[in-house]
Design a protein around this ligand. Structure first.
Ligand SMILES: O=C(O)[C@H](CS(=O)(=O)O)OP(=O)(O)O
Ligand SMILES: [Mg+2]
Length: 248
């Protein structure tokens, strides 16, 4: 068990190394832990953006096939994937491109390379959250007073510096709500993911917007945490506003 509030030493999400899509069993066996799955660029920045645009809930799909099957069964749901647009999918994993989508009241099914895979890998946590910089302070507020969390870095096979920096920022905020974001944002801005998104080397040519990196680095833009619950065997993400203590 890691020291309270600090990112756990083993923060690699077993399934987050871009492993091939394979549906995971739909049953969770809660292990008593609190886990925060981090994906700054871009899954959980996109998720938070979707909630701000009115999405009701986000189903975290275990595979692209499951996402398409859910879309087939629920035609009013919106299917979202990372990379370039693909048949059967309505949206792409770009916060910049998402801004033009009408999401009020909708269910979104999200499948990405790292973030959603990391959430499935951590599904046995008794309390499971997903976060990026844009929900960091609200996530820390939600965590404060609860058992120490373990932080799951999802990008680059569990080593992504932007995700690690975000985990460190949230852990620091849990301990001290006045922690400044800037040093952590500087680390994330210098990450390979930021550079490759800027160069169009990640996310596919039509799956990236020039504003994506800046949007991923807008710390504490949203006043809610994002909590995963199991609904009909699916992992469902919803925004949770918590009063919490402290300025942040
Ligand atoms: O969509 C993204 O930015 C990334 C793509 S990759 O893993 O960096 O190639 O996926 P995400 O699951 O959002 O980290
Ligand atoms: Mg990522």
């Amino acid at each position: 068990m890691s020291t309270p509030g600090a990112p756990s030493p083993d923060t690699r999400a077993p399934g987050a190394s871009g492993a091939p899509d394979s549906p995971t069993p739909d049953t969770r066996t809660p292990d008593g832990s609190v886990a925060v799955v981090i994906d700054v660029m871009r899954a959980f920045t996109v998720a938070a953006q979707a909630f701000t645009q009115g999405a009701e809930r986000i189903v975290l799909a275990a595979s692209l096939e499951q996402a398409l099957e859910l879309k087939r069964r629920h035609p009013d749901w919106l299917a979202l994937k990372d990379g370039a647009p693909a048949p059967g999918f309505d949206l792409v994993n770009s916060p910049g491109l998402l801004r033009s989508a009408r999401l009020a009241g909708r269910t979104v099914v999200q499948k990405t390379t790292a973030g959603t895979v990391g959430a499935h890998a951590a599904r046995d946590a008794s309390l499971l959250l997903c976060a990026g910089f844009s929900t960091a302070a609200a996530t820390a507020r939600f965590l404060r007073g609860r058992p120490p969390a373990r932080y799951v870095v999802t990008g680059d096979g569990g080593t992504a510096p932007e995700d690690r920096a975000c985990a460190d920022y949230i852990a620091a905020l849990v301990a001290d709500p006045t922690t400044p974001a800037e040093p952590f944002l500087r680390t994330a801005a210098a990450s390979p993911a930021a550079a490759e998104l800027h160069q169009g080397l990640r996310g596919g040519y039509l799956g990236v917007h020039p504003d994506d990196v800046a949007l991923c680095l807008e710390a504490d833009r949203h006043p809610f945490a994002m909590v995963v619950t199991e609904e009909d065997g699916l992992l469902v993400l919803r925004p949770v506003h918590s009063a919490g203590a402290g300025a942040n």
